[in-house]
Write a protein that binds this ligand. Structure first.
Ligand code: MCA
Ligand code: AMP
Length: 506
């Protein structure tokens, strides 16, 4: 009886009093204490009649207990479906219904909003708050601190992570045990993580970066994490003396660089700073190096693929590139029309293949066929080139995507909400440079009749969309720029508004 992911990430720590999570209240949770919590939660899930292959949707604040739900799901073969805490009830409705989740775990403050959705989809509902209390934990308390591990194959599903699409409809990326484990193994070795490491963990744990890259790697190497509820530069600096490494999105680094307390001395004993999820400006790399004497290691990944490429640990880390294909991962640059592989140095769509690449989109066989080729290559939608030394450089996106502070925003989702409002003929949402978030969405609206009520658009966005997706500016324009084929020229809009946030205080 085996369960490859549990056996590699969790089982080796059973009974070990080694530090795992250093918490804000000054306490440290050992690996063993964490696994005992996870076993109790696993027991509670089984008692609720959940079994291997069922889905558990989780929208809760970051806490050791939230991570223990992940461990419990892996141990019991239950598919883990974490959701951004910013999602509104109307966004959650789709995820819960589409995934067929049998149990929804939410913050107590959201229970009333989610209850009608759960009732309609016949899901059970339990609560878990940011301090680790709630009805889930009440049910778990009576469970034993050891529990059986459900046998799984590497090809069995471990998690669904929803990712938006250019059509505005989210797709559930199905990730197997092997997808997660193979990537964690490669990253641990590539970045030289050992049990001596202490990682500053300030990322959310509902996305690939904070959950699979950071947490899986640390579980695999046996090191510890300073587990912070969210990113705060003061807290990061407070804990830096005990840490060896940090993983973050570019906004973490620009905010740290803006902080007076971040000095060469503060960073002196850190062995590794890793960035990803969004492009890091070369200026940020350079500013970081001149302040600390260290080079940030940038890597590239996706929800569907985990990590694909990375700058090297030893050897030159090139700013403006995302490094080399990881061991076991094939990366090629293809013609967007024909799919043919392009000669080295040319720009095209990045395609990737390897044990890290997901199994497909849940209940969307056609979408899966469009993006995942029969030979196993996944069409990322990112545009890139490979330089003469083999470094992959991302030069743009073939997909209509905005990345704000590491969160993905698909303009279509916002356009659908804006277009629905009275007085709106049509709209186009584009991402423009933002000094803090990298990019931010701007909605350009063409009026119909008496024209739109901006407050109404704002309040519709607030009801329908997570806060991070809200347009930071709404601009009224007589007509959208179009090419001769009638297609909206988003590039022209991006150009027109490119200094909207960088010129002013926004
Ligand atoms: C929060 N807000 C945001 C964002 N985050 N708005 C736009 N973009 C965001 N990313 C909202 C807040 O709700 C708040 O709303 C206002 O913006 C300003 O909040 P602030 O306090 O400045 O934000 P924060 O809470 O400090 O958060 C910023 C953050 C955070 C630390 C950058 O967004 C974050 O942790 N990002 C990491 C995302 C991540 O893990 N991505 C990985 C995805 P109001 O104005 O109403 O107060 S995985 C992935 O992409 C792939 C696989 C990969 O390669 O890793
Ligand atoms: P997600 O769908 O949230 O997994 O986001 C994946 C997307 O983030 C990729 O397709 C890229 O567009 C982008 N991304 C991730 N890492 C980087 C990076 N280091 N540089 C540029 N873009 C990145």
């Amino acid at each position: 009886m085996t369960n490859p992911l549990f056996d590699a990430l969790f089982a080796p720590h059973l009974g070990k009093d080694t530090p795992f999570l250093h918490l804000e209240d000054g306490t440290t949770l050992t690996h063993d204490a964490f696994l005992r919590k996870a076993a109790q939660i696993g027991g509670a899930l089984v008692e609720l009649d959940l079994s291997a292959g069922d889905r558990v949707a989780l929208q809760v604040h970051k806490s050791p207990e939230a991570l223990a739900v992940y461990a419990a799901c892996v141990q019991k073969g239950i598919i883990f479906l974490p959701l951004n805490t910013g999602y509104t009830a109307s966004e959650l409705d789709y995820f819960i219904e589409n995934s067929g989740a049998k149990l929804v775990i939410c913050d107590p403050s959201k229970e009333n909003d989610i209850a009608p959705i759960a009732e309609r989809t016949r899901a059970q509902i339990l609560t878990l708050d940011g301090s680790g209390d709630g009805s889930l934990i009440e049910s778990a308390k009576s469970q034993p601190e050891m529990t059986s591990t459900t046998a799984r194959n590497g090809d069995d599903l471990a998690a669904f992570l929803y990712t938006s699409g250019t059509t505005g409809r989210s797709k559930g990326a199905m990730l197997t045990q092997d997808n997660l484990l193979s990537n964690a193994e490669v990253l641990k070795d590539y970045w030289a993580f050992t049990r001596a490491d202490v990682l500053l963990h300030a990322l959310p744990i509902f996305h690939t970066h904070g959950l699979f890259v950071a947490s899986n790697v640390m579980l695999l190497c046996g090191g510890a994490m300073v587990f912070m509820p969210s990113f705060n530069p003061d807290t990061i600096l407070k804990h830096m003396p005990r840490a060896t490494s940090m993983m973050g999105v570019p906004t973490f680094y620009t905010r740290l660089l803006d902080h007076d307390g971040f000095t060469r001395e503060a960073a002196a004993h850190m062995r590794l700073f890793i960035s990803g999820s969004a492009p890091m400006l070369s200026e940020t790399h350079e500013q970081f190096e001149s302040l600390t004497g260290q080079r940030i290691l940038e890597r590239y990944g996706m929800t569907e693929t985990n990590m694909n490429t990375s700058n090297p640990y030893e050897g030159a880390r090139k700013a403006g590139t995302v490094g080399f294909a990881l061991p076991g991962v094939d990366v090629k640059i293809c013609d967007p029309e024909s799919g043919a592989t392009l000669p080295q140095g040319e720009i095209g769509v990045i395609e990737v293949r390897g044990p890290n690449v997901f199994k497909g989109y849940w209940k969307m066989p056609e979408k899966t066929r469009e993006e995942l080729r029969e030979d196993g290559f996944f069409i990322t939608g990112d545009l890139g080139q490979i330089d003469a030394d083999g470094y992959v450089q991302i030069v743009g996106r073939g997909k209509d995507l905005i990345i704000s502070g590491g969160y993905n925003i698909y303009p279509k989702e916002i356009e659908m909400v804006v277009d629905d409002q009275p007085g709106v003929k049509e709209s186009a949402v584009v991402g423009v440079p933002h000094p803090d978030f990298g990019e931010s969405p701007v909605a350009v609206v063409v009026p119909d009749g008496a024209g739109p009520d901006i407050d109404q658009i704002t309040s519709a966005c607030a009801t329908e969309l997570a806060r991070f997706k809200h347009p930071r500016k709404i601009i009224i324009l007589d007509a959208l720029p179009r090419n001769t084929m009638g297609k909206v020229q988003k590039n022209a809009l991006r150009e027109d508004y490119k200094t909207l946030f960088t010129n002013t205080e926004s």
